[in-house]
Design a protein around this ligand. Structure first.
Ligand code: GLU
Length: 454
C-alpha cells in the first residue's frame, strides 16, 4: 500500500515516521491513508515546533496507546454458535478519556479501526471538549439479524469490553451498525456486570436513561451547520441549493433534514444496493420510517414515493448537484465520482462520513477549486454532542433540545473559525484540510509535551 503514497512530498523527518509505520504494519492501507493525509499538512510544524521532533511527538502520536482484540462468541436463533472479532483501539488520551464510536460491519478489521481511531484524536481535539481518541467495533454483520441475536451479540461484546472502559477511562458510542438499540443492550450488560449505573460510560443513550437531546441528530445537523458556515464565508447559503447525500443511515437522514430546513432540496440518497433520485426532494418522515422504524432499504422508500426512482446501476455522484454530502463510508467517493460532480458544476463537498473521499479525488477537487470540508472537522458534531452528553451525565441533568442544539451549532461555528484562523496563521488561507489537521494536532501535541514521556 505504501507505494500509493508519495513520501517525497514530505519533509525527511515526517517521511521517516511514515515509512517506519508502513514497515511495521504493511497491510493497514486505510490507516496509512489517514496518517499520510495528516502528515502531509504538518510540514510547517517541523520548523515552527522543534520540540515536537525532539520529543518524538510524531512517532508517538501515530502509535496507539493500547490496542485490544478479543473473541466475541454468540449463538443465533437456531442455536448455532458464531465467533466474531472485537476491537478497541485506545489511541490517545492526552486531552481526556478515550472517546469514539463502535462500528459493527463485516468489513471491520484492525486497519479500519486504527484509521478511525487516529482521525478521532484530531476530531475530538477540534471540538474543544476534553476527549481523547479511540475507536472500536467488530466484524459482525447486523443486517438480517433478529433483535434477540443483536442483543446476545452486544451482551457478549460488552462482557469483554467492560473491563477496559469507564466514564473516566474510555467512553464508546455508536458508528455504522451501532445505534440506539445496540447502545441500549451494551449499556444494560455493562450495568449488570459492574452493578453500577455509570451513565457516562457510553453516549448515544436513550433519552429516559441518561441520553442527550440532539445526539441522534447531531452528526447530520453539525455537518450542515459547518457547510452553512463555509457558504456564509462566501456570501452564500443553502437556500435553493440542489444537494446529493450518499448513505441513508443516521448521518444522512439528519443532514437531509437540516439541509431542507435551511431551504435546500435533497434530490438523492443511497445505500449499498443503489440510490434513489427524488426530484420533489426527499420526504424525510418517510425515509425515517423506512430506515429507522422498519430497518428497510432505499428501494422501499422509492416504492412508496411516486416522485422517487430507484437505480441499482450507476453512481449517485452522477446526479447533478450544487452540494455533495458523502455520508456513507470510507473511500466511497473516488476520482470518477468527483469528475462527474465537477462536470455537473458542484460547488462544495462536505464529508459526513469518516474519510469518504479518496486522496486522488481530494486532489482533483482542489484543482477544480471546489470547496471541500474534511470529515474530521465537518462531522465532529456527533462526538461533540457526545461530549455534551458526558457533561450532562456528570451533572446528573438533562438540557432541553433547543439548548443542546444551540451548543452544537456554536461548536460547529467555532470549529469552522478555528480551521480558517489556523489555515491563515500557517500561510494556507482557505485550506480547510490543513487548518483542521494543524489545529487538531497542535492541541494534542502540546498536551503530550506538557505531560512528559509516556
Ligand atoms: N462515531 C462517531 C464519529 O465518528 C461518534 C463518536 C462518539 O460520539 O463518540 O465521530
Amino acid at each position: 500500500m505504501s507505494e500509493k503514497f508519495d513520501t517525497s512530498q514530505l519533509p525527511r523527518e515526517l517521511a521517516s515516521v511514515f515509512d517506519e509505520l508502513v514497515a511495521r504494519d504493511p497491510h493497514q492501507g486505510e490507516f496509512h491513508q489517514a496518517v499520510f493525509e495528516v502528515l502531509s499538512t504538518l510540514t510547517p510544524l517541523v520548523e515552527r515546533k522543534p520540540e515536537y521532533q525532539d520529543l518524538a511527538i510524531f512517532e508517538r502520536i501515530v502509535e496507539p496507546e493500547r490496542q485490544l482484540m478479543f473473541r466475541v462468541p454468540w449463538s443465533d436463533d437456531q442455536g448455532h454458535i458464531h465467533v466474531n472479532r472485537g476491537f478497541r483501539v485506545q489511541f490517545n488520551s492526552a486531552l481526556g478519556p478515550y472517546k469514539g464510536g463502535l462500528r459493527f460491519h463485516p468489513s471491520v478489521n484492525l486497519s479500519i479501526i486504527k484509521f478511525l481511531g487516529f482521525e478521532q484524536i484530531f476530531k475530538n481535539s477540534l471540538t474543544g471538549l476534553p476527549m481523547g481518541g479511540a475507536k472500536g467495533g467488530a466484524n459482525f454483520n447486523p443486517k438480517g439479524k433478529s433483535d434477540a441475536e443483536i442483543m446476545r451479540f452486544c451482551q457478549s461484546f460488552m462482557t469483554e469490553l467492560q473491563r477496559h472502559i469507564g466514564p473516566n477511562v474510555d467512553v464508546p458510542a455508536g458508528d455504522i451498525g451501532v445505534g440506539g438499540r445496540e447502545i441500549g443492550y451494551l449499556f444494560g450488560q455493562y450495568r449488570r456486570i459492574r452493578n453500577s449505573f455509570d451513565a457516562g460510560v457510553l453516549t448515544g443513550k436513550g433519552l429516559t436513561w441518561g441520553g442527550s437531546f440532539a445526539r441522534t441528530e447531531a452528526t447530520g445537523y453539525g455537518l450542515v451547520y459547518f457547510a452553512q458556515e463555509m457558504l456564509r464565508a462566501r456570501g452564500d447559503s443553502f437556500e435553493g441549493k440542489r444537494v446529493v447525500v450518499s448513505g441513508s443511515g443516521n448521518v444522512a437522514i439528519y443532514a437531509t433534514e437540516k439541509a431542507q430546513q435551511l431551504g435546500a432540496k435533497v434530490v438523492a440518497v443511497s445505500d449499498s444496493s443503489g440510490f434513489v433520485i427524488d426530484e420533489e426532494g426527499i420526504d424525510v418522515d418517510l425515509l425515517k420510517d423506512v430506515k429507522e422504524v422498519r430497518r428497510g432499504r432505499v428501494s422501499d422508500y422509492a416504492a412508496e414515493r411516486p416522485s422517487a426512482h430507484f437505480f441499482s446501476e450507476g453512481s449517485i455522484w452522477e446526479v447533478p448537484c450544487d452540494v455533495a454530502l458523502p455520508c456513507a463510508t470510507q473511500n466511497e467517493l473516488g476520482l470518477e465520482g468527483v469528475e462527474a460532480l465537477i462536470h455537473n458544476g458542484v460547488q462544495m463537498v462536505a464529508e459526513g462520513a469518516n474519510m469518504p473521499t479518496t486522496p486522488e479525488a481530494i486532489d482533483e477537487l482542489r484543482r477544480a477549486g471546489v470547496l471541500y470540508a474534511p470529515g474530521k472537522a465537518s462531522n465532529a458534531g456527533g462526538v461533540a454532542t457526545s461530549g455534551l452528553e458526558m457533561q450532562q451525565n456528570s451533572g446528573r441533568t438533562q438540557w432541553p433540545f433547543e439548548e443542546t442544539d444551540a451548543k452544537l451549532h456554536q461548536i460547529m461555528v467555532g470549529i469552522h473559525e478555528n480551521c480558517l484562523a489556523t489555515a491563515d496563521e500557517y500561510g494556507v488561507p482557505g485550506d480547510y484540510v490543513a487548518g483542521a489537521n494543524l489545529a487538531g494536532f497542535i492541541k494534542v501535541a502540546d498536551a503530550m509535551v506538557a505531560q512528559g514521556l509516556i
